[in-house]
Write a protein that binds this ligand. Structure first.
Ligand SMILES: Nc1ncnc2c1ncn2[C@@H]1O[C@H](COP(=O)(O)OP(=O)(O)OP(=O)(O)O)[C@@H](O)[C@H]1O
Ligand SMILES: [Mg+2]
Length: 322
């Protein structure tokens, strides 16, 4: 039996569930917003050890040891119908109880264990590790010091981009905004004097052949080229293709052996069984590591019929190492 943890609106999870049905694999899906209304979890901790079980409405209670594989994507805290002054307290208690459930499941049963997701999510550290294991990375400065930014800009003859330290998406209620990667010009540089109170990542601008998303599942790596350079609007940041409604060509691409191995190695280094890695192929013929998304999106790659990611994830879940 597999455990699938997500939220009610995650399309990638829905898509995975369809494949589980097609393959006849038994699973229990819990959406975290439904905790307390449609399912709950009980912990009995005593002389006989610890027993943790999930009970979904209308179903038998399942001890967590039943699950041979557990998948998690974007859990959300339920929006409780209680007075505001108690909400923060209640949310914290719920968050901690859910965390206790995640911890009650062997970390090797998870793809990926939630605490490992958290551990792997820091871009400056990723760049440091990528650099140390042999990836090419863009030269990087992170900070707010105007003199340093100016010197970095000069060092790279004005060929510099700025991007977010955490990630380039900002959710305000239901509205999503993209803090796109931007190329810095002289005027922007001068304006940073006033507003560089927010730290940013500055890197030398890599002139690209194309972007690449690599999905690593266990020991496999599936690479997809994204033809970001055929449109002016998407040359710097291909994610703007959604805003401009420009469908970009995407296709399977093979990676040099060394780069493929590095993708698998950095995923293992973080003790992950899944990752979505952003690379670019430079005009100079070199592959550059940009970042690793430990729970990054994969569904669109399968919807475009480029790679069979769902089967790889399911096979990896069935081959749990717990
Ligand atoms: N140094 C760089 N040179 C050229 N393009 C870059 C550079 N860094 C990022 N980009 C471009 O910006 C876009 C987003 O890249 P990246 O994944 O590094 O950004 P991010 O803000 O870290 O993304 P996320 O929101 O996924 O965390 C891609 O189109 C990528 O090619
Ligand atoms: Mg990215």
């Amino acid at each position: 039996m597999l455990l699938i943890v997500s939220n009610k609106t995650d399309l990638a999870t829905d898509y995975l569930i369809i494949r589980l049905h097609e393959r006849g694999i038994p699973f229990l899906r819990i959406n975290t917003e439904d905790y307390l209304s449609l399912w709950d979890v009980c912990f009995s901790i005593g002389k006989n050890g610890t027993n943790v079980a999930i009970r979904k409405e209308g179903q038998e209670s399942l001890p967590v040891g039943t699950f041979i594989g557990a998948y998690i994507r974007q859990p959300k805290i339920p929006d409780l119908d209680i007075i505001d002054c108690d909400k923060e307290f209640a949310k914290r208690e719920i968050g901690e109880t859910l965390k206790s459930l995640w911890r009650a499941i062997d970390e090797n049963v998870w793809l990926n264990a939630p605490h490992r997701l958290l551990r792997a999510s820091n871009k400056p550290e990723q760049l440091t590790i990528a650099n140390s294991i042999g990836f090419n990375i863009p030269d990087t400065y992170i900070g707010v010091n105007y003199e340093n930014i100016k010197n970095f800009y000069k060092k790279h003859s004005g060929e510099v981009i700025a991007k977010a330290v955490k990630h380039g998406f900002d959710f305000n209620g239901d509205k999503a905004r993209v803090a796109a990667t931007q190329k810095i010009d002289e005027a922007t540089l001068i304006s940073l004097k006033d507003y560089a109170s927010i730290p940013m990542i500055f890197q030398n601008y890599i002139t690209k052949e194309h972007d690449i998303r690599v999905i690593v599942v266990g020991g496999k790596a599936f690479a997809t080229a994204i033809d970001s350079q055929s449109h002016e609007e998407t040359k710097i940041d291909w994610r703007l293709s959604d805003c401009y409604k420009i469908p970009l060509k995407q296709y399977e691409v093979s990676l040099p052996k060394k780069i493929k191995k590095l993708c698998i190695d950095i995923t293992k280094r973080y003790n992950l069984r899944y990752s979505a890695i952003d690379l670019v192929l430079g005009k100079d013929g070199a592959h550059y590591f940009l970042e690793l998304n430990p729970n990054g999106q994969w569904a669109w790659i399968e919807q475009l019929n480029i790679h069979k990611i769902r089967d790889a994830i399911i096979d990896e879940l069935l081959f749990s190492r717990g």
